[in-house]
Write a protein that binds this ligand. Structure first.
Ligand SMILES: [Zn+2]
Length: 174
């Protein structure tokens, strides 16, 4: 693993804890959940529709993509954590994630598909899929999102082509 920064780095001490934490998007006191609004009426949105949807899940494009194939999966309903998902939605999570993983691996030249759930920005359940490019050993494990944040944005047509292929693979599995 290699940090995408040159040495020497300076180790920081943890900051004083902030309690209570500021509200996230989509929780009481925070900004309203724009994802709920968009998922309820994406056909009439100025933004591109999800890559794939079923009654419980939506697979969505990322913005500012540096590694083609980065996408995110959100629940259709407003649930926060895994623990909040209704049983039926929770039961379908594994099979849906497997389908997304297969669809991304189908792009080729990908060593592994990382799945991240942070949950620190929005209180609407979503997970990120990051393809780790084959041979990019410096981006193993937690280094991949750091590298993805610093790499130049990928050409729009390359990103769109990857998204088209992922959408087609998901549709083929319906
Ligand atoms: Zn929501």
């Amino acid at each position: 693993m290699t940090l995408p920064y040159a040495e020497p780095l300076t180790r920081l001490a943890p900051q004083p804890r902030v309690i209570p934490e500021p509200p996230r998007v989509g929780e009481p006191g925070g900004d309203p959940c724009g994802l709920c609004d968009w998922l309820a009426d994406y056909e009439h949105s100025e933004h591109q529709p999800p890559l794939w949807v079923n009654e419980d899940w939506a697979l969505i494009r990322a913005t500012g993509v540096t590694i083609p194939g980065v996408v995110w999966l959100a629940s259709r309903g407003h649930h926060d954590t895994f623990a909040d998902l209704p049983d039926r939605v929770a039961a379908s999570y594994g099979p849906v994630v497997a389908r997304v993983e297969r669809a991304i691996l189908g792009l080729g030249d990908i060593a592994r598909v990382h799945v991240y759930r942070w949950g620190d920005g929005s209180a609407h359940f979503h997970v990120w899929f990051f393809p780790r490019p084959l041979g990019m050993l410096e981006a193993r494990r937690e280094m991949l999102p750091l590298w993805a944040d610093l790499l130049p944005e990928a050409p729009k047509e390359v990103v769109a082509d990857a998204e088209r292929k992922i959408a087609a693979a998901m549709a083929a599995g319906d």
